[in-house]
Design a protein. Structure first.
Lengths: 195, 378
């Protein structure tokens, strides 16, 4: 089974990307399940996705920091048993390090053969996140197979190039997509890579 | 307070060798419910049931060296400010078997920083902020707190009947962590980055208030350990510059003020603190202990803080919930061998025992501490 891990800091636009991505996946594959875990109000509306025909599993964490990965492992096992999906999409909480989650999933979820990590980066708040939260920010980019620089409509072209260079220094192996979901730019190319 | 288990804990806190490594799991109401087969939806209304359930587990697993005094119902954590956020409760907004959930929102506003600095955190919280997050009425809040006080008496009697002690008496949350929860993480990070002065004024006032409150509180107890929680300031999230400016100076003030009165600060530090460990060497020897959650490298902590700070931890939640008893025992033995060498170590869980812990894994952890005797600690 394939797992797509959608990572990125709080408010980076993961949910905005998840919705059309999930739609495209369901067109391609009849068995897609979404696991959603986000802090506070930012989280996706599970009932909305359900109406769109997607199976959604909400992930609870009594104490996010220590029990999140346990809940995720158990959710994956439960989903595998109930639905036998071809693809699981996990929208990780914005404070998660995808590398840590991948390690735990591969250790305990034997049904997962492949994990693709897509990290969404907020172009608008790049400066503050890059400097104030550097360790988490770098870890999220470092673990990515694909980095999505989102909200590029909020900064100028030179800033997009500077940030792209910086991301390339953190993770030279990741494929970078520059996207504006608000202006419907760059998403189709991203989708082709993800699918 | 004197009994064999607590003496063992105190010896470890003093960084001296013990006859065996003490063990103290962070058994909160949620995992206690799981281990005792009690429904969380029933636990969240009844402190008496919480206390009885915790001690039922304590008895069934043969006991351990000191007990974690976490016998709350969720709304009390909100009212006391441990979690100054909106929450969803088992059996109310959630299914009765789902642990309570925190709902982090931008409740605190920028102008509140100066209000805290001006009138003090407690007044701000009790008179204003609490009513932004809770659904409870003032009468209900009073009832919940009266219930907690009654449960405290029951907890004390249960300890006395078993001749055991609480691991700590006072507890508090770091001002940095508190503000981050109240404001929510993104706006708070933007505040400290773009407009730090009001945040610093609030942090200093909260630090002063916390010191005064905890010193007064600790006078009522025959104990010298208090718990101090921080889950965000470490190198997992924040850059060293942020840590040095917004966390470390206040931490130092608090620890040193408590230590002047002989009070040991037991830090509960979630997430990875590898990059911050060396800072703790600046604090007086024996004034602190670090409770780590399995993401900080405990062996590295031992290397850096050996003979300076007691360490506690760190059997990971994932191992307790998903591993086997053999794996748990092996993990514990390794920690006892490496971190326990020479003393200054308490075996514990990495953060809380997970709500879905396997009973056989929990038992493996407790029994390993009681029965395993490496040469290093003999």
């Amino acid at each position: 089974m394939r797992l797509i891990l959608l990572a990125g800091f709080l408010g980076s636009g993961k949910t905005t990307i998840l919705l059309p991505m999930a739609g495209a996946l369901i067109e391609q594959s009849s068995k897609v399940v979404i696991i959603e875990n986000e802090m506070g109000e930012i989280g996706i509306d599970g009932s909305y996705l359900a109406r769109e025909g997607l199976q959604v599993q909400e992930l609870f964490g009594g104490c996010i920091c220590c029990t999140l990965s346990v809940g995720l492992v158990e959710s994956i096992d439960k989903i595998e048993g109930l639905y036998h999906p071809e693809v699981i999409v996990v929208e990780a909480t914005g404070i998660a390090r995808p590398g840590d989650l991948k390690k735990t999933i591969f250790q305990y979820n034997k049904c997962i053969e492949k994990i693709d990590t897509v990290t969404v980066v907020d172009a608008q708040r790049y400066e503050v996140l890059r400097h104030a939260l550097a360790p988490l920010f770098e870890a999220q980019i470092d673990a990515a197979d694909i980095v999505v620089l989102n909200k590029i409509d909020t900064i100028d072209g030179q800033a997009v190039r500077d940030i792209s260079t910086d991301i390339g220094l953190i993770n030279p192996d990741a494929k970078l997509h520059t996207v504006s979901m608000d202006e419907s730019s760059g998403f189709e190319a991203l989708l082709r890579d993800v699918l | 307070m004197s009994n064999e288990g607590y003496e063992r804990v105190q010896t470890a806190m003093r960084l001296e060798p013990t006859d065996r490594i003490p063990v103290v799991p962070t058994l909160l109401p949620e995992p206690a419910a799981g281990l005792a087969g009690v429904l969380l939806g029933d636990m969240v209304k009844d402190n008496t049931l919480v206390v009885e359930t915790i001690f039922k587990v304590f008895d069934e697993y043969g006991g351990w060296d000191a007990i974690y005094p976490g016998f709350y119902i969720p709304i009390q954590l909100q009212v006391m400010g441990n979690f100054p956020m909106k929450m969803s409760i088992s059996g109310q907004e959630l299914a009765p078997d789902i642990p309570f959930q925190l709902n982090e929102q931008e409740i605190l506003q920028v102008e509140d920083y100066d209000r805290i600095a001006e009138i003090g955190y407690d007044k701000f919280f009790q008179e204003d902020y609490l009513w932004r997050i809770t659904k409870a009425t003032p009468d209900e809040v009073k009832k919940h707190m009266d219930q907690l006080i009654a449960a405290d008496g029951l907890f004390t009697r249960c300890c006395a009947n078993r001749n055991i002690s609480r691991l700590f008496t006072g507890n508090g949350t770091h001002p940095f962590f508190t503000l981050s929860l109240m404001r929510s993480m993104v706006p708070f990070t933007q505040d400290v980055y773009y407009n730090p002065e009001p945040v610093e004024r609030a942090l200093q006032r909260m630090t002063d208030d916390l010191i005064a409150a905890k010193l007064a509180e600790m006078k009522h107890w025959d104990s010298n350990i208090w718990l101090f929680t921080e889950e965000r300031a470490g190198g997992y999230f924040f850059s060293p510059k942020m840590f040095e400016r917004f966390w470390w100076p206040y931490t130092r003030q608090i620890v040193e003020a408590m230590w002047e009165h002989g009070i040991v600060t037991l830090f509960h530090l979630d997430t990875c603190w590898d990059k911050n460990l060396a800072y703790f060497k600046q604090l007086p020897r024996g004034s602190i202990a670090l409770e780590l959650d399995g993401t900080t490298d405990l062996a590295l902590a031992k290397e850096i803080l050996n003979d300076h700070a007691c360490l506690k931890g760190d059997v990971p939640a994932a191992l307790l919930a998903l591993g086997t008893p053999e794996e748990v025992a092996s993990y514990c033995k390794e920690k006892i061998d490496i971190v326990g060498a020479g003393g200054g170590y308490i075996l514990g869980t990495g953060c809380s025992v997970p709500p879905n812990v396997k009973p056989e894994n929990f038992r493996a952890m407790i029994d390993t501490a009681k029965n395993y005797r490496p040469k290093a600690v003999l």
